[in-house]
Design a protein around this ligand. Sequence first.
Ligand SMILES: Nc1ncnc2c1ncn2[C@@H]1O[C@H](COP(=O)(O)OP(=O)(O)OP(=O)(O)O)[C@@H](O)[C@H]1O
Length: 410
Amino acid sequence: MSLHVTGRATYAPSPRNVTNSPRNVTNTSRNVTSSPRNVTNASRNVTSSPRNVPAHPPSGELSPPERAVLRGGAGGFTLHIDLEVGPGEVLALLGPNGSGKTTLLRTIAGLHPLDGTLTVDGEHWSDRSPQQRSVGLVLAQPLLFPHLSALDNVAYGLRSRGHQRAASRQRAYAELAAVGMESFAAQRPSQLSSGQAARVALARALAPGPKVLLLDEPLATLDPATRSDIRGMLRDRLRGYPGCTILVTHDTLDALTVTDRLCFLEGGRIVATGSPREVVARPTTPYAARMVGLNLLAAEVMDGRVLVNSNEIQTSARIGDGAAWVGIRPSAISLWPAPPHGSPRNLWQLIVDGIELSGQTARVALTGAVDVVAEVTTAAVADLDLRPGAPIWVTVKATEVDVYPKTGGA
Ligand SMILES: Nc1ncnc2c1ncn2[C@@H]1O[C@H](COP(=O)(O)OP(=O)(O)OP(=O)(O)O)[C@@H](O)[C@H]1O
């Protein structure tokens, strides 16, 4: 099973979009909460539930932020995509708000038109209706049918595809067992915790054996402890799934621990891809660097000298001339009240821009000749009397500065 999607998906700038937009159907909170039908079979949203499709919402009915989202901004939006997902591969789709992640999922599910081609398992899907696509979908809200048991929620997709009741329930039971929920088979959604409901939602999406599994921030609404639990379950369950999975997330841990490959979207384009290991070691976009907590500086290498904002950076790395990235781990940055002496190192006097505490560690944003974040102990914050606006001496050993070409890395 493999998936290849290439082409464009566009939202026109015209406000007329509001009346036709598929986004009206699945993504506004009104639709999501009003009908669980939205979830189990993406196609149903569009065709079979008029309740969900406000044909001509009176202009006063939408709030200004809702209208802005539906319009896609004054200039509209175009997703340019060329993406392959291999058999059994779990791909993380990452990027800032509005970069096109959900649009890509919707395009694959057939809920948004594609000007291009989509092949899955060698079959052309571009002209198929959403109903004809073998897609499982999980959203942030599990949206289970409240009047059905967990078992019948999971069996629903099979039943609606014409499978016998007994066979559907047997399969549904196996799917519940695969996510550790067999003992909750008879429970109604109102009797389940948020984590249990998330497990049932995954079982429901996988029960019909879809070729493609689309997960749009499935852990986003869970509390941290449940999230960590469900993240482990997701990783285990997906390991045995032969189809193609795309997981949209804003969470670094989800991306690094659940997926095989990371794909970064920005402004509707793929700007970087790489394995979790590659992205952690050498991110190539500021967004990716922030996600993995690395300082990333745009540099130019000229005659072997590495320049950031015309400041030379000392590094033991050697690369050819041209555009490059400089990567510095926050923990490799040392702060001093006065300039220290010693081995070859970078020395700057910078200004403290902000301080964030997390347990025993503080992240100190620094600005000046270079803009970096340093990670120090909270004790150091007190000892150095760090506060926004204060000058501070900053060193980084040459051996701690990685330099790589802008075209390399992930
Ligand atoms: N129905 C629509 N009509 C017009 N523009 C839309 C519509 N839906 C989304 N857009 C615009 O398309 C762009 C991409 O939106 P999309 O929801 O795909 O982003 P995203 O990366 O999933 O964002 P987030 O992380 O906030 O969920 C945004 O500029 C958005 O405003």
